[in-house]
Design a binder for this molecule. Structure first.
Ligand code: GDP
Ligand code: MG
Length: 310
């Protein structure tokens, strides 16, 4: 299957991604095979508030990267994204043109029902896309919530998209998102307040220096007019070059690998617990006992854990 995917079978790729999303057991085998083949792709996370213009930028970047002859995969984890059907028709039509391009692959993630959590699933999908041979992988996420931050941390380069006149928003998101941004974009720079927003961003950035010496640039874009995309791409290229020469795997690589192992062990031990003890089948009866107060939940778990340990 992996061989065919690497040879460009997009339908099979889409199917494999669904299997990863559904937590299907054969997905694990595929990921095992895919893992040694990863490391080629430039994985870029693009995050920011809903409506900031992430999808528009992703669309322009896709175009830009394709023009340079690179292949690109887009993963949208934004429930309001055009790819997931949440946006206006015009946006969806606009992205459609990439659908017929064999060098571009666009996929939206199901935001519910992922076994091991959304960020873990997204990381596995990115792993597969990397092994599939894409030069660039763009991951669009809404910049709210821990899941989103975790997703972006699996990217090698993080682009934070802001818009003019969002002073309060910057304050609100700076705790989570500002520290993970490698490149800041002020999109909708056709609007008022660009200078003030840039000052605000720079003020926040000035408060901490990074261990890797990188100084996050602030790039102004107007996605709807295709303005500033060259500068954004140049900033990405700069950071890539620094990363390549430094041989460092990224600020979040080690914590992400640790988290991955913890997550997998939690999932696997839990699955094994359910399988060995028959806990799930008895769940209703047990819940009733708790309601009747004929048993407390702690003692119930103790009983099952002792079964599990034998
Ligand atoms: N004025 C202006 N509108 C923009 C710009 N970029 C995107 N938009 C519009 O902003 C809206 C939200 O864009 P979208 O890309 O869907 O944002 P997302 O939710 O962050 O993915 C759409 O109506 C876009 O056409 C821009 O640079 N200037
Ligand atoms: Mg979007």
């Amino acid at each position: 299957m992996l061989e065919l995917i690497r040879n460009g079978d997009r339908r099979l790729l889409a199917k494999a991604i669904s299997r990863i999303e559904n937590g299907s057991p054969d997905a694990v085998d595929l990921l095992k095979q895919a893992f040694p083949l990863t490391g080629h792709a430039c994985v870029i996370g693009i995050t920011g508030s809903p409506g900031a213009g992430k999808s528009s930028l992703v669309d322009r970047l896709t175009e830009h990267v394709r023009r340079r002859g690179h292949t690109v995969a887009v993963v949208a984890v934004d429930p309001s994204s055009p790819f997931t059907g949440g946006a206006i028709l015009g946006d969806r039509v606009r992205m459609q043109r990439h659908a017929t391009d064999p060098g571009a692959f666009i996929r939206s993630m199901a935001t519910r029902g992922n076994m091991g959590g959304l960020s873990a699933t997204t990381a596995d999908v990115v792993l597969l896309l990397d092994a599939a041979g894409f030069d660039f992988i763009l991951v669009e996420t809404v910049g709210v919530g821990q899941d989103e931050v975790d997703i972006v941390k699996t990217a090698r380069i993080c682009v934070v998209v802001l818009v003019p006149g969002m002073g309060d928003d910057i304050q609100a998101i700076k705790a989570g998102i500002m520290e993970i941004g490698d490149i800041f974009v002020i999109n909708k720079s056709d609007r008022d307040g660009v200078i003030k927003t840039e000052q605000e961003i720079r003020a926040i950035l000035a408060m901490n220096t990074r261990a890797d010496g990188w100084e996050p640039p602030v790039v102004k874009t107007v996605a709807i007019r295709d303005e500033g995309i060259d500068s954004l791409f140049a900033a990405i290229a700069d950071l890539r070059q620094q990363q390549a020469s430094g041989r460092d795997p990224g600020r979040f690589a080690l914590p992400a690998a640790r988290e991955k192992l913890l997550q997998l062990s939690r999932d696997r031990v839990f699955q094994e617990f359910l399988r060995r003890t028959g806990f799930e089948e008895q769940l209703d009866a047990l819940a009733q006992k708790v309601l009747d107060k004929s048993a407390d939940p702690y003692s119930i778990i103790d009983t099952f854990l002792s079964k599990f340990g034998r």
